[in-house]
Ligand binder design. Sequence first.
Ligand code: NAI
Length: 308
Amino acid sequence: MKITVVGAGAVGATTADNIARKELCEELVLLDIKEGLAEGKTTDMMQTAQLLGFDTKVVGSTNDYAKTKGSDVVVITSGLPRKPGMTREELIGTNANIVRGVTQNILQHSPDAIIVVVSNPMDTMTYLTMTTSGLPQNKVIGMGGILDSSRFKYYLSQALGCSPSDLNATVIGGHGDTTMIPLIRYATWNSVPVTEYLSEEQQKKIVADTMVGGATLTKLIGTSAWYAPGAASAALVESIVRDEKRLFPCCVALNGEYGQKDICLGVPVVIGKGGWEKVVDYKLNEEEQGLFNKSADAVRNMNDVLKT
Ligand code: NAI
């Protein structure tokens, strides 16, 4: 098994670190356009191998795609992150060019790879990759909902005073401050709906905090977060390479599911060795479906920017 992570910045390096520690592959390539960055970070990582006890060989590369040859999974994190006050959508112009170029280079050397898209605006970057790569739809997966769901569980756990591990909660829709949909009606604490423990006011606050969870961190840190994005990306890769069939909310091509088509948007999917293997229908109520349709409209408008 060989995995490549493109972009050795905060999110890419953290993703690579998690993949190495979990020993998800024999060889991991971290690639960046910036001279020396990937080589430096991978050497640093390799110097933790005996301390942490992992055997994955981690290799760095400055834009030499030949080193990525034969990758089974490729994670794209290259591109600008947002600064405080920015939306993810403002990154579209620069990041579309970067993601398009990276995808072409990757496919020259790994035509059968499964591609995980992390760069923002993620829903549009996933759609771009899906429509330009020529890959089967199931091999293109956007990572956003796993992270947003993890933030949702964090805020729920704070309000309930419980462990996030005992919670089941999902965020679907777009990966944007106004497009994501934390499904509080479906959230459970060890099988009991959390709505039984939380007032309506608490529920509204948790949903609102989740939606701006990334922006809150960007304001505090000065740039976007990386620990949870890296862990979430690695969890997705793990379900692919170990064929775990985990049910994760991911951004995938919709062909009529949830009433949408010609779009990539976050829905619950089974993730295994084939990529995303099936969409699971959560049977949204009218209000949730309305929010999903609004989210799709916003993402579709963003996708249209690619055509101009
Ligand atoms: P960063 O600035 O730390 O790293 C980005 C890296 O990409 C830099 O090292 C840069 O040199 C590299 N890069 C730029 N153009 C490249 C090219 N053509 N080829 C190879 N490498 C190239 O940014 P960070 O924080 O790692 O974020 C990366 C992306 O991930 C951003 O677009 C950010 O908005 C997004 N993100 C997405 C999340 C999600 O849930 N989908 C969560 C967090 C961040």
